[in-house]
Design a protein around this ligand. Structure first.
Ligand code: OMD
Ligand code: FE2
Length: 448
């Protein structure tokens, strides 16, 4: 494979395919895979070095306020217009977009078993299975949650999503995301975000892969405000990694798939679109290791709102009302005194889709397993199951470490609609609500 990675950052030969990264969230980065490929002090020289074409990729409107303004300049072998021949409609498989009312389940708390690893050959594009959709892809609001199952690398096949940015949350197996901006490798407990419009392909590293995917139609994920927490802890900027420039000069035919307006299209190219030799800007893919998250929690009493564990947030136009919050439940100490320590029983205007990467989630010791999922939709009551309730109500409140666990939540302001796949794939647990059986009346007016 002819991938040329920027030597000045990683100190390796330009033929080395090991990914290299630059640290920081939302920085203005600059990187070049060939010396002098990046113009200095200007974006559009009359003739770019090495015969490259200059191209701007705008992730926000030109006029977005400075804090939300995202764009990068790419110096590439061919401009992207050469990447778009005639598009034809292509198969969507089990990928769905909001609004999608194809299934009409009665309201309920829902939980799914993990999908087994398939025997058939599935590339990333064939392996996306939409679980829920929310909002409206046509108004750039809302999201979709998907599972992915991958048994084959994409070969001479590339993709970009015009409908939203995509957050990969691997649960099993590592992935190599070969993007226009460089190469990102991720394993379970790491995530990667590919911005809207960025071309890439997904390769397997070590056998079949399974994971979760959040497709964000709305405002780009950003770090949450820290408020009184101050400058440190939670997700720290320096732990976000953006790849150095890496390109292919490869004249073999490739298919370019584009998801646009909830539909899939395909065109054929005579060359690889991974041809960006240098780039600069703040609109770029990144990865993050969830194990570097520094949780802040209750060191006195009571259970804080889960927003304390927000890694990234996609804001909406309404302050504090997220299009999506990406929240994790990592390893941590539970020390609160005279406190019911697991999540409280609650109803929420936001809609909560949860997944488990590994370990046990404290509110659901049974039934919520790695690779599975749950959905607690807008204003549907939920909370610890009977076992967790009994344990938390009666256990000795010494400091306890929740170890070897990593659950997460995609929480959105929009109600989530369940797809046909989610309803009928056989993974839906029809006895989920029974986990609250046995939470009997305990009230006794004579026992304060
Ligand atoms: O429902 C859940 O399990 C997620 C969750 C966790 C928590 O600690 C507080 C509220 C909440 O919705
Ligand atoms: Fe909840």
């Amino acid at each position: 494979m002819n991938i040329n990675a920027a030597p000045q950052i990683i100190g390796r030969s330009s033929q080395d395919i090991t990914p290299g990264y630059m640290s920081g969230f939302g920085n203005s980065f600059e990187t070049e895979a060939l010396p002098g490929a990046l113009p200095i002090g200007r974006n559009s020289p009359q003739r770019a070095a090495y015969g490259l074409y200059a191209e701007q990729l705008s992730g926000s409107p030109f006029t977005a306020p400075r804090g939300a303004n995202e764009r990068s300049w790419l110096y590439r072998i061919r401009p992207s217009v050469k990447h778009s021949g005639r598009f034809a409609k292509a198969e969507m498989g089990l990928w769905r977009s909001a609004p999608c009312f194809e299934h009409d389940l009665p309201i309920a708390q829902l939980r799914w078993d993990p999908p087994p690893m398939p025997q058939e050959k599935l590339t990333f594009l064939q392996g996306v299975r939409t679980m829920t959709t929310a909002g409206d892809v046509n108004t750039q609001a809302g999201m979709a949650t998907h599972l992915y199952l991958i048994t084959e690398s994409m070969v001479d096949q590339h993709f970009y999503n015009a409908d939203g940015e995509m957050m990969f949350v691997p649960q099993q197996g590592s992935l190599r995301l070969v993007t226009e901006f460089g190469v990102i490798s991720i394993e379970p407990a790491e995530i990667a975000v590919i911005p809207r419009g960025v071309k890439f392909r997904v390769e397997l590293v070590d056998g079949p892969a399974r994971g979760y995917l959040c497709e964000n139609y709305g405002g780009a994920f950003t770090l949450p405000e820290r408020g009184p927490i101050g400058a440190n802890c939670l997700a720290n900027s320096r732990d976000f990694l953006t790849p150095v420039a890496a390109y292919e000069d490869k004249d073999t035919p490739t298919e370019l798939y584009v998801k646009w307006g909830g539909q899939m299209f395909m065109t054929k190219l005579p060359h690889s679109p991974i041809d960006v030799v240098a780039w600069h800007g703040n609109y770029a893919p990144y990865k993050y290791d969830l194990r570097t998250y520094s949780p802040v929690g209750a060191i006195g009493f009571d259970h804080p709102d889960p927003s304390i564990f927000t890694v990234l947030t996609s804001p909406s136009e309404t302050a504090g009302t997220a299009n999506i919050d990406f929240v994790i439940f990592p390893e941590r100490w539970m020390v609160a005194e005279n406190t019911f320590r697991p999540p409280w029983y609650h109803m929420n205007i936001m809609s909560e889709f949860m997944g488990l990467i590994y370990g046990v989630y404290d509110a659901k010791p049974q039934g919520f397993v790695p690779g599975g999922a749950s959905l607690h939709n807008m204003m549907l009551p939920h909370g610890p199951d009977r076992e967790a309730f009994d344990h938390a109500s009666n256990g000795e409140l010494k400091p306890v470490k929740l170890t070897g666990t990593m659950a997460f939540m995609f929480e959105t302001r929009y109600p989530q609609r369940v797809t046909d796949y989610a309803a009928n794939s056989g993974l839906l647990q029809d006895d989920y609500a029974d986990c609250w059986n046995g939470l009997e009346k305990r009230f006794d007016p004579n026992r304060p």
